[in-house]
Design a binder for this molecule. Structure first.
Ligand code: HEC
Ligand code: HEC
Ligand code: HEC
Ligand code: HEC
Ligand code: HEC
Length: 241
C-alpha cells in the first residue's frame, strides 16, 4: 500500500487534483477558507456561550460520552446534545434535580449564571449556539460511526477531552493526519466492550490512553486489524467525492 501512496503525497499540491479531475477550483477556494486558524489549528479553543465542562461531567460525575453524543456510533455526524438533555439534571427544581445534586451543591447551582442561561434557553426554545470546534472541509468526507465501530476511540482523535474544562482541538485534522492513521491503524485499534468488565468501553479515555501507550499496542493492534479485516482507505476517492 505504501508504494501506491507514498508519504510525500501528504503534501500533494492542489494542482494535481485538477488533473485528477475533481472540482479543483472549489478545492483551492475551499482550501483558503479552511486553512484559516479557526478550522485547522491545534489548540483552537473558542469561548462558548455556556461554560460547559467535560471535566466535571465526564471525570467528576462519570458520565459516558454517549449519554450526550448519542449518535456517534450510528451516524456519520456526532450530535451535540440539545438543551433538553441538560434539563435531565438542571431544571433548578430540587425535587427533580436532587437525584444528581446534593442539597448544598444544588442551591449553589441554582444561582450559577451558566445554569441560569441553560434554563432560560430551554424556556425560550432557542438553542444554545455552541461554537463548532472540529471541522473538516465539506469536500472531505468523515464518518464517525465507521471509526468508532472499528475500535478507534475518541481519545485518538480528540485527546483527553475528559480533562478539559473548555473543548480544545488536539489534532490537526489535516489530510496527512488522516493518512498517518490509515497507513498504521494498529497504533490506534483497541478491543472494547460495553459489557465485558475486562475490556474498556470505547469512551473510557484514560484506560484507552494507557493501552495505546503500552509496548504491546502494536502487536495487539495488528492482531485486531487482521481479525476484523481493517483496511482504512488511502485512495483519493474514499474521502473526496
Ligand atoms: C453532559 C453532556 C456531555 C457529555 C457527557 C460529553 N459531552 Fe462532549 N459536548 C457536550 C456539549 C454541550 C458540547 C458543545 C460545547 C462545547 O464544545 O464545550 C460538546 C462538545 C464536544 C466536542 C467538540 C465538538 C465540536 O464543536 O467540534 C467533542 C469532540 C466532544 N464533545 C467529545 C466528547 C467526548 C469524547 C466525551 C466523553 C469523554 C464527551 N464529549 C462527553 C456535551 C457532552
Ligand atoms: C446526569 C446529570 C447531568 C446532565 C445531563 C448535565 N449535567 Fe451539568 N452538572 C451536573 C452536576 C451533578 C453538576 C455539579 C457538579 C459539581 O459541581 O461537582 C453539574 C454542573 C454543571 C455546571 C456548573 C459547573 C460549575 O461551574 O460549577 C454547568 C454550567 C453545567 N453543569 C452545564 C450543563 C450543560 C450545558 C448540560 C447539557 C449539555 C449539562 N450540564 C448536563 C449534572 C448534569
Ligand atoms: C478517527 C477520528 C475520530 C474519532 C475516533 C472520533 N472523532 Fe469526533 N470528530 C473527528 C473529526 C475529524 C471531526 C470533525 C468532523 C466534520 O467536520 O465533519 C469530529 C467532530 C466531532 C464532534 C462535532 C460534531 C461532528 O460530528 O462534526 C463531536 C461532538 C465529536 N466529534 C465527538 C466524538 C466522540 C464522542 C467520539 C468517541 C465516541 C469521537 N468523536 C470519535 C474525528 C474523530
Ligand atoms: C486514528 C486513526 C484514524 C484517523 C485519525 C482517521 N481514520 Fe479514517 N479510518 C480509520 C479506520 C480504522 C477505518 C476503518 C477501516 C475498516 O473498517 O476497514 C477508517 C475508515 C475510513 C473511511 C472508509 C469508511 C467510510 O467512511 O467510507 C474513510 C472515508 C475515512 N476513514 C476517512 C477519514 C478522514 C477524512 C479522516 C481525517 C479527517 C480520517 N479518516 C482519520 C482510522 C482513522
Ligand atoms: C483519508 C482521507 C483522505 C484521503 C484518502 C485523501 N484525502 Fe485529500 N484531504 C483530506 C482531508 C481531511 C482534507 C482537508 C485537510 C484540511 O482541512 O486542511 C484534504 C484536503 C485535500 C486537498 C486540499 C489541500 C489543502 O491544502 O487545502 C487536496 C488538494 C487533496 N486533499 C487531494 C487529495 C488527493 C489527490 C488524494 C489522493 C492521492 C487525497 N486527497 C486523498 C482527506 C483525504
Amino acid at each position: 500500500m505504501s508504494l501506491v501512496f507514498p508519504k510525500w503525497t501528504n503534501s500533494i499540491p492542489a494542482a494535481i487534483v485538477v488533473s485528477a479531475g475533481f472540482a479543483g477550483v472549489a478545492v483551492i477556494a475551499g482550501g483558503w477558507y479552511y486553512m484559516t486558524p479557526d478550522y485547522t489549528e491545534v489548540g483552537y479553543e473558542p469561548e462558548q456561550p455556556v461554560n460547559y465542562s467535560h471535566r466535571i461531567h465526564v471525570n467528576t460525575l462519570g458520565m459516558d460520552c454517549r449519554y450526550c453524543h448519542t449518535n456517534v456510533e450510528e451516524s456519520g455526524f456526532s450530535n451535540i446534545p440539545d438543551t433538553a438533555t441538560c434539563m435531565n439534571c438542571h431544571t433548578g427544581d430540587p425535587a427533580q434535580d436532587i437525584a444528581y445534586l446534593n442539597s448544598t451543591l444544588w442551591s449553589a447551582h441554582k444561582q450559577n449564571e451558566n445554569l441560569v442561561k441553560v434554563r432560560e434557553a430551554y424556556a425560550s426554545g432557542e438553542p444554545i449556539r455552541w461554537r463548532r470546534v472540529h471541522k473538516v472541509p465539506d469536500y472531505a468526507h468523515f464518518n464517525h460511526s465507521v471509526h468508532v465501530n472499528a475500535g478507534v476511540s475518541c481519545y485518538s482523535c480528540h485527546g483527553s477531552i475528559n480533562e478539559q474544562a473548555v473543548v480544545r482541538q488536539e489534532k490537526s485534522l489535516a489530510m496527512g493526519w488522516c493518512l498517518d492513521c490509515h497507513r498504521n491503524p494498529e497504533d490506534h485499534l483497541v478491543r472494547v466492550s460495553d459489557t465485558d468488565p475486562d475490556l474498556p468501553k470505547i469512551t473510557d479515555l484514560d484506560a484507552i490512553k494507557r493501552l495505546l501507550q503500552s509496548d504491546e499496542q502494536k502487536a495487539r493492534g495488528l492482531e485486531l486489524a487482521a481479525e476484523l479485516r481493517i483496511e482504512p482507505p488511502q485512495s483519493c476517492g474514499a474521502c473526496h467525492y
